[in-house]
Design a protein. Structure first.
Length: 388
């Protein structure tokens, strides 16, 4: 598990290694600190205050209407991830009651449904700025997941995400914020002289060891190790950046867009749910940056709104801003808007599938009270199974 001291030591070493201060400045969050947001914390227990803090729960109804209620499969998934969250929260933040972020979790269900509708068999996802880390709960349950990589620049969010990923992925979680190659810096002295670390660990009086043979599938990357992603040569099926594209510095956004352009597979998509608060820029500036990098929009509704699928009664109302972007080489690139513009909706098969692909499923509404009751029943069933 990553602790505050490890994170700050590693970040400090990274800053010491840079000869140009502007490289680190790109990822500073002075605007958020100035607004009072707890960018840094002094205790892991303080992270509780940012759990479920990104959406007011009165958005539950709007997001519930966006997905048009639940079919049986989505309801089972939603209850399961909320029960997973219950277990995480009860473990890390013991309180008399567990905070359940219903609105934020249903927003992430909507994200998951969108990218799953585009490619049900996706195996790799790059997420820029995971915030509260709730998409991890869906990724951990996605069959066939090979690589879920997250990038985060905010210390408090980073620490919360690390806790969540440790809980969900266990030994298959790769935490890149730990100081690198510390073992290589050790030079022990045992009796007769300097001894290599490997020789010390092979002494018979020590406990035996087994090599780690599990390949990680979740990779957590701080701002000072983003280059690792470009270097390992992976091409991602999906890139996603939610509620933050207007909130990072111009230099950081340029870096993120260039990275996504480089590592996104030719037939992959960049999906955006909510472009964020207009902290550094207006939406048109962010869209222009995407277009300057070669991306085009298949769908762009910056403030959400209604979509018509062309069939009687086939309508979807997006509660939050949405964008689907593709890069040159994508099969639908020529069907995307050639010039930057807002309120764009291509009638290509990919957009139709993402927005209307599950219209045939039997769906019904679920109130907050019904969801809470179902989660309580799931938690009790899990406890009974463990006790059996």
């Amino acid at each position: 598990m990553l602790d505050i001291e490890q994170y700050r030591m590693s970040e400090s070493l990274a800053r010491q290694d840079r000869r140009i201060w502007q490289q680190a400045k790109a990822h500073r969050l002075d605007v958020f600190e100035g607004a009072g947001f707890p960018v840094r914390v002094n205790s892991i227990a303080e992270l509780d205050q940012i759990v479920g803090s990104m959406h007011s729960n009165d958005r539950y109804a709007l997001l519930h209407d966006e997905i048009a209620g639940f079919d049986e499969a989505d309801l089972r998934l939603f209850i399961a991830v909320l029960a997973d969250f219950y277990a995480f929260y009860a473990t890390m933040f013991p309180r008399p009651a567990v905070t359940l972020p219903l609105a934020e979790m249903i927003a992430h269900l909507a994200i998951y449904k969108m990218i799953r509708a585009y490619n049900p068999r996706f195996r790799s996802v790059l997420e820029i700025g995971p915030g509260n880390g709730l998409l991890s709960f869906f990724m951990a349950r996605h069959p066939g997941l090979d690589d879920y990589t997250q990038i985060e620049a905010c210390e408090s969010f980073y620490l919360l995400q690390s806790l969540i990923n440790t809980h969900l992925f266990g030994p298959k979680f790769d935490e890149r914020a730990r100081p690198q190659a510390l073992a290589a810096q050790a030079n022990c002295y045992v009796g007769s002289g300097a001894v290599a670390v490997g020789e010390v660990t092979r002494q018979p009086e020590l406990n035996p060891t087994l090599p780690m043979q599990l390949a990680p599938c979740c990779h957590h990357v701080p701002w000072w190790r983003i280059g690792d992603i470009a270097e390992h040569g992976r091409r991602y099926d999906i890139a996603t950046s939610n509620a933050n594209m207007l909130e990072c510095s111009s230099a950081a956004l340029d870096d993120y867009i260039a990275l996504m352009r480089e590592v996104l597979a030719d037939d992959g998509i960049l999906y955006v749910q909510c472009f964020g608060s207009r902290v550094y820029r207006q939406i048109d500036e962010a869209i222009l940056k995407l277009y300057d990098a070669g991306f085009r929009a298949l769908l762009l509704l910056p403030d959400g709104g209604a979509l018509n699928g062309g069939e009687p009664g086939q309508e979807k109302r997006l509660a939050l801003g949405n964008g689907i972007f593709v890069k040159p080489g994508h099969p639908h690139y020529d069907e995307a808007a050639a010039q930057p513009a807002v309120n764009v909706a291509s009638d290509c098969a990919a957009v139709h599938r993402m927005c209307f692909g599950d219209d045939g499923a039997a769906r019904r509404p679920q109130s907050e009270a019904e969801i809470l009751q179902a989660v309580a029943a799931e938690v009790q069933a899990r406890e009974a199974q463990m006790a059996a």
